[in-house]
Design a protein around this ligand. Structure first.
Ligand SMILES: [Zn+2]
Length: 164
């Protein structure tokens, strides 16, 4: 329960009247008698801050309106034959190895991602019906970056070991 504070009209002391019902008489230490005002309150219990009010609207809106953002995801499934394009397997692998190489074994997996990415690009160049050139490029680029970082890491490691 929020604290209910009443300022004494005589001495100005803040009196905690939380345990008193509205309308009751409370005696202040100074001797003044105060009537507890109705509970709907004071600064002690502010209304929901403006920042919260600002943060909350999105969910209600999503429920209230049939929001446009929800509609597009429903639309696209229309042309299924376009999605039937098989994705180049090497492109997928290049991306997977590239992503894993970010986290571990970059010096090994990075070059594998590069090899798979460039292989996928060759395959895609000769098989235009295959999808996945974006993945192949991503795998290739990530592979190059992680290989370089892995190499730097290795050099630093060797240098620090050698200096001991
Ligand atoms: Zn008083």
């Amino acid at each position: 329960m929020p604290t209910h504070i009443v300022k004494c009209t005589q001495c100005g002391t803040d009196l905690d009247v939380s345990s008193f019902a509205p309308g009751q008489i409370v005696a202040c230490p100074c001797g003044a008698q105060l009537t507890v005002p109705p509970r709907p309150l004071q600064a002690t219990q502010p209304p929901p801050p403006a920042s919260q009010v600002g943060a909350q609207p999105p969910p209600p809106q999503a429920g209230a309106y049939p929001t446009p953002p929800n509609v597009p995801p429903m639309g696209p499934p229309a042309p299924p034959y376009q999605q039937a394009r098989a994705t180049c397997k090497e492109a997928n692998l290049a991306l997977i190895f590239g992503i894993i190489s970010i986290f571990c074994f970059s010096i090994i997996l990075g070059p594998i991602a590069i090899a798979l990415g460039s292989k996928a690009k060759k395959i895609l160049a000769t098989n235009p019906h295959l999808a996945g050139s974006g993945k192949a490029t991503a795998g290739l680029v990530i592979g190059i970056i992680t290989t370089i970082l892995g190499a730097i890491w290795l050099i630093v490691l060797i240098a620090s070991l050698a200096s001991q």
